[in-house]
Design a protein around this ligand. Sequence first.
Ligand SMILES: [Fe+2]
Length: 258
Amino acid sequence: MYDLHAHLLPGLDDGPKAMDEAVEMARVAAQHGTKAILATPHMKDVNERSSVQHARDVLAELAKNTKATGIELSFFMGMENHLVPDLSAMFASGRALPINGSRYALVELPFFERPNYLEATLFQLQLQGITPVLAHPERIECVQKDAELLVAFVQRGMLSQITAGSLVGHFGADVRRFTEELLQRGLAHVMASDCHHASGPRSPKLTAGVAAATKLVGAEMAQAMVVDTPKAILENQTVKIGTPQSAGKKRKWWSLGR
Ligand SMILES: [Fe+2]
């Protein structure tokens, strides 16, 4: 499997504090079937507390230390780029990073607000040749309130990355149900761990999420989310996705449940 969202660089963000925990995360990932993992430290932390070059150096050290312990795992460099008005300029100057140097970039929308520059910033990235892969939309309030927003983004060529833990209830029952809905409506293209630690709900294990997705949409689609599609993204290939389904009518349970 290919994991495109992982906070595993020690000391870089809210992921592991030390190198030995990072190596342990690599061991857990490999043990549970992950063969390639993308380091995605938070853009803000990298630029404010260290640098992109330092992040690359730490990744190289992690890869070396992991290999020395006999663990087979390939590492790639990326970033979790949160939406800011000047994100386009951040990419142009190299302070925001795409996925392994490809045309794809992991972009995180604000959790609790819908800024007036949301659409314009995403479309600006597309004009720049960058395809946003929207990080865990199931946990983003403006998408929870209006899934049609995600439908519109996907129709405009963006991709969506759900988090494995969302499907097994690590972020609550409402998020789990909403993630299932996104899957069934063709609004989830990649499943990643968004791991922060070696164990617990933010571990690098993808297996439980894959099992839950398999029950819901079948093995072929579940495998595509952790193998075919993330592999194509990592290799800068064209990604084939189905047409997303609009909801027939507005969901009621979400507003009632909050
Ligand atoms: Fe993340």
